[in-house]
Design a protein around this ligand. Structure first.
Ligand SMILES: NC(=O)c1ccc[n+]([C@@H]2O[C@H](COP(=O)([O-])OP(=O)(O)OC[C@H]3O[C@@H](n4cnc5c(N)ncnc54)[C@H](OP(=O)(O)O)[C@@H]3O)[C@@H](O)[C@H]2O)c1
Length: 211
């Protein structure tokens, strides 16, 4: 058993999800931001890797300007060695946060630090089972590249939403999937396109995994 998993990211026409050097950039249009916040309010949890916390410092809450009756999902951070800065915005007590490590466990207020490791990395398969046992039914994976790759590689997703913004970034900027990549095209992670939606001047492509 695992939760229903939606992966979401926003990229430029040339397939970049940030600026060169992993510097954060807002790629989504206003219309796409509204869509993402509505999606957040419909899931039980949102998940990102520690890389995204260190580069972007997101809040991962639902903004009232996009969703009137905002319901914040639980925020889940993959952080094997507990590198999360104490002043990270996801630690502000406006929603529950679970930091998943390989090292320590404790609970303080709305913050829960749990151990779910496999060697020196968080075991995402085990984590999904654990979240399901805790009643988390739907989860939104919001990045970054390394995290998205791990979920795609392990076929741990039910939908993959890619928003394409009408901008070009160029250079050595991150793409939706990092990691070690595939070695031969036969091993490509194959998807089926099931919807195309327009948001402002951008396009949202929705995929499901090929069974
Ligand atoms: N445009 C978008 O939609 C969007 C959204 C989010 C982020 N971003 C961009 O993405 C970039 C950050 O991506 P990133 O690849 O550097 O970092 P990331 O995917 O956010 O975090 C990766 C880190 O998570 C930790 N981790 C622990 N267990 C893991 C596991 N099983 N699988 C994967 N990760 C695990 C690892 O660090 P430890 O070993 O220390 O645990 C790993 O290095 C930034 O440039 C950010 O701006 C873009």
């Amino acid at each position: 058993m695992r939760p229903y998993i939606i992966i979401n990211c926003a990229m430029s026409i040339d397939g970049k999800i940030a600026l060169p050097g992993k510097k954060q950039a807002r790629i989504s249009s206003e219309e796409d931001m509204a869509r993402v916040h509505k999606l957040r309010s419909k899931v039980d949890a949102v998940l990102v890797g520690i890389g995204t916390i260190l580069t972007d410092d997101p809040k991962l809450t639902v903004k009232k300007e996009y969703v009137r009756k905002a319901k914040n999902p639980i925020r889940i951070i993959l952080d094997s060695h507990f590198k999360i800065p104490q002043n990270a915005k996801v630690l502000e007590p406006n929603a529950r946060t679970i930091v998943v490590t390989t090292e320590k466990e404790y609970k303080r207020g709305l913050l829960e630090v749990i151990k779910c490791g496999n060697g020196d990395k968080v075991d995402i398969k085990k984590l999904m089972k654990l979240l399901s046992e805790r009643g988390i039914k739907k989860i939104l994976v919001e990045g970054g590249s390394t995290t998205i790759w791990e979920f795609l590689k392990n076929r741990l997703f039910d939908e993959f939403h890619v928003y394409i913004a009408p901008i070009v970034i160029g250079g050595d900027a991150p793409t939706p999937a990092a990691g070690e990549g595939i070695k031969t095209i036969e091993n490509a992670i194959r998807l089926h396109l099931f919807a195309i939606e327009r948001y402002g001047d951008g396009l949202l492509l929705k995929f499901i995994p090929e069974r």
